[in-house]
Design a protein around this ligand. Sequence first.
Ligand code: NAD
Length: 299
Amino acid sequence: MDGDPKRLSRSATPTAPVAPALPAAGRLPRREYHEVLRGQPALVTGANSGIGRAVAMGLARAGADVAVNYVTHPEAADEVAHEIEAMGRKAITLKADVSEEADVERMYARAIAHFGTLHIAVSNAGLQRDHPFDEMTLEAWNTVIGVNLTGQFLCTRAATREFKRRGVVSSVSQAAGKIICMSSVHQLIPWAGHANYAASKGGVAMMMKSIAQELAPHFIRVNSIAPGAIRTPINTSAWETPEAYADLMTLVPYKRIGEPEDVAQAAVWLASDASDYVTGATLYVDGGMTLYPGFTTGG
Ligand code: NAD
């Protein structure tokens, strides 16, 4: 299909008048890395801590203005916003509980009003409530599903409505919008004692692929990042002592813990036109954790 002008043209909806066809090779001129996301405002949930914070900063470093969502610790969100502004980008902090529909709708409306539109949506907010399965309360189950899965549904839906409304602006990006779902290696690896968390991430995997299939004709790209063990507050007990770290490394062929910046780099790539032909994919950023490390010396 390379060079097929019908396949490569972009429009707000598949039936709307089409924008001018892209060049035969299907690519717009590449921008310098430091500005690949210029003119593409982003909204990142859970952006005042860990991976979300690094992603917000990474997108800003690549040129994006950023809406920094938080639910607690507004001072940490302000700090992220100040650092983004110090890079010469615009930032806004927005309080919202991603599991609450009204909060999410209000947050997206405010971000869109502030920046004029959005091009990038990173649904990153997440939490764990770990219990042996027979001791897991319905509240622990519902809280994790509510934030990790329903929260991603609500945020992705709000982003989709804006991306569809606006369509492609070819001077800014080849896609009408980029959605990035923060999943986990536990969308694949079962996790005893964390059934609610693994179920939420397994749900994200199929939600992401279903939405990607549905939205591709609208030139909206939907992908996931599945981090392995990343050094953040969510999993402090897994890396804070030398013993815990050594234990963790038995699961990581690459023999180092991941840093939030490792995930941020993946998010910048998925948000940029460098990945324009990528949709419905999960990018594992896990140092090989999903490579069955037990088989390194066995099997
Ligand atoms: P973190 O605890 O540092 O960050 C989680 C963020 O989500 C925080 O900002 C928190 O306030 C926010 N959050 C929680 N509930 C919220 C709600 N109801 N509304 C809005 N925000 C809410 O942990 P992290 O490691 O940075 O986690 C970020 C994402 O990465 C999560 O989805 C997590 O499941 C995923 N992840 C992390 C790892 C890891 O090893 N750290 C591995 C795989 C996946």
